[in-house]
Ligand binder design. Structure first.
Ligand SMILES: C[S@@+](CC[C@H](N)C(=O)[O-])C[C@H]1O[C@@H](n2cnc3c(N)ncnc32)[C@H](O)[C@@H]1O
Length: 255
């Protein structure tokens, strides 16, 4: 058995299409995980995953890499705010936003705080999706430790969180703006008519063909003039092919 067999098994078992991910990087990660789990063949690893749910979860967490932060890359987030304000000033007042690959929720809640601040309670809602159902449960809970909220200003902490001991909980008024849903960017249908799509720090793990496909679908899912915000290592060089113009380094506008 080789990695290709393993990928087929993972697809049958978990419905995750590993062939869409950059293979060298992915295989290195799987091999190092196997080493840590003290197995030395693909067969033995499949065996272990079949009988041990804790190992299964470890594998899925490892594959999906869910590192995240509130207001990740703050200066880029500031720029995002300006572009959103421009978009709103053109008369777009009811915003439908998608935070794709949202991990534990820091990204969609950051967007919610920003929009609440700009729109002062007017209409907006955020669809927040991820492939990993375990982290989505955490995201729905909306509870974070002090180090996890380090990028949140004290003004926003006071306004949008309640603090109990070391736990910072997102207030219900903000929470109700975010709808969490399981969604696989590779295999699932995309909703339409978004004003803004934020998809950061996930396409970096995908092969070029997969990225092309994703950006084409994001473009289709956006309204004319809508914004796509990507990660700080993910700027697109061929954005025109997908029907975008550049709004700034990591933000694209649908033509
Ligand atoms: C590094 S985190 C990025 C979180 C957040 N967007 C940010 O920039 O801080 C990557 C996320 O992508 C998710 N992911 C990986 N493959 C995915 C897929 N095929 N579809 C949807 N989400 C996926 C992972 O579960 C993980 O939560």
């Amino acid at each position: 058995m080789d990695m290709a067999d393993f990928e087929r098994w993972v697809f049958r078992e978990f419905k995750i299409d590993l062939s869409a991910y950059k293979s060298k990087q992915l295989h290195r990660r799987i091999e190092s995980l196997m080493k840590r789990s003290k197995v030395d063949s693909i067969e033995a690893y499949i065996d272990l995953l079949k009988r041990d749910p804790a190992q299964q979860q470890k594998f899925l967490d490892f594959i999906t890499i869910n590192v995240t932060e509130f207001f990740r890359n703050p200066s880029v987030f500031e720029d995002f705010r300006k572009k959103v304000e421009d978009y709103i000033s053109k008369g777009n007042r009811q915003l439908k936003v998608w935070s794709a690959a949202c991990s534990i929720g820091s990204e969609p809640y950051s967007i919610a705080m920003m929009l609440d601040d700009i729109l002062r309670g007017k209409d907006y809602w955020i669809l927040a999706t991820d492939i990993d159902s375990t982290i989505l449960e955490r995201a729905k809970l909306g509870e974070y430790s002090e180090p996890e909220v380090k990028n949140v200003s004290s003004e926003y902490k006071a306004k949008y969180f309640t603090r109990t001991g070391d736990v910072f909980s997102i207030k219900p008024e903000l929470k109700k703006r975010v709808i969490f849903k399981k969604h696989d960017l590779i295999r699932d249908e995309y909703e339409m008519n978004f004003d803004i799509i934020v998809c950061r720090n996930v396409v970096i793990y995908f092969k070029q063909e997969t990225k092309d496909e994703l950006y084409r679908k994001f473009s289709k899912s956006l309204k004319k003039g809508g914004l796509l915000f990507v990660g700080s290592t993910e700027s697109m060089y061929n954005y025109r092919e997908y029907g975008f113009e550049k709004a700034s380094t990591f933000i694209y506008r649908k033509l």
